[in-house]
Design a protein. Structure first.
Length: 122
């Protein structure tokens, strides 16, 4: 089953914390979130982590009295899947014009980013 990749800003922040920490608990993520820009209630973090589990991005396992969460996909995999979905939707709507626009964007990139992209293609 492929994950649901439509993430809100708070879901993205929580995913960043879980990617950074690896296996973690709601309590650990909540503590990281309190140090962030916007304080969130513990129950809000728990609800969002459960939602991310339902979306297929996190895995939850019982560990004593708590649950431990871990990612099912690394950050780069999620970015690739999101890009794939967007490109597929755009090409379905606009055809080859999307690829031409993408090529123009690549041409306009800074040299170091272009070099990195080219090295990934080889």
């Amino acid at each position: 089953m492929s994950p649901e990749l439509n993430l809100g800003p708070t879901e993205k922040r929580i995913m960043e914390v879980v990617w950074m920490r690896g296996k973690t608990t709601v309590c650990d993520v909540h503590q990281c979130m309190v140090c962030g820009q916007k304080k969130l209630a513990y129950t809000t973090v728990m609800t969002i982590m459960n939602r991310l589990t339902e979306k297929g991005l996190l895995e939850r396992r019982k560990a004593g009295k708590a649950y431990r969460y871990s990612v099912l996909f690394q950050r780069n995999e999620v970015v690739r899947m999101i890009l794939h979905d967007h490109l597929k939707a755009l090409t379905a709507r606009f055809g080859d014009e999307v690829l031409l626009a993408l090529a123009e964007e690549i041409k306009a990139m800074k040299t170091d980013k272009k070099a990195k992209l080219i090295s990934c293609l080889n």
